[in-house]
Design a protein around this ligand. Sequence first.
Ligand SMILES: [Zn+2]
Length: 145
Amino acid sequence: MTDPLLITFLAERDASCPRCHYSLRDLTTDRCPECGLELQLAVKSAKPLLGAWIAALLGTAIPGGFNITFCTFLLVSLLVDPRSFYWDQSMLATIIPGVVAALTLPALLIWRTAFLRCSIRRRWLIGSLSTGAQVAPLLWLFIFE
Ligand SMILES: [Zn+2]
């Protein structure tokens, strides 16, 4: 059902389709006539509110990239020459965060919208935990080993 407020809003304004940028002025349905995108009238924040998400993504991706690379190197060296493979328990400080990063990064990308719906406090908590899970084992490794 077409929202009469949407039709009234578009009758008075030069808004464009968010997907194809086609002019929606004087639109009579809730679909873009050019690309077929379903439209709705909404209230939106003036700020993008992406800070916590970007911090979580970068805080996980940068140290996580190191950890994932290290895990890949270990796996390849184990598969190529298992007899000369060297194992040390401290390697767990990069293996566990590497696996966590390999799971967390796609989750942050796939569930970005759900992440952004959380309260600001919860978003920064998730971002801090995600970053901390990558950085803390590395700090522990470099400081205490
Ligand atoms: Zn369109």
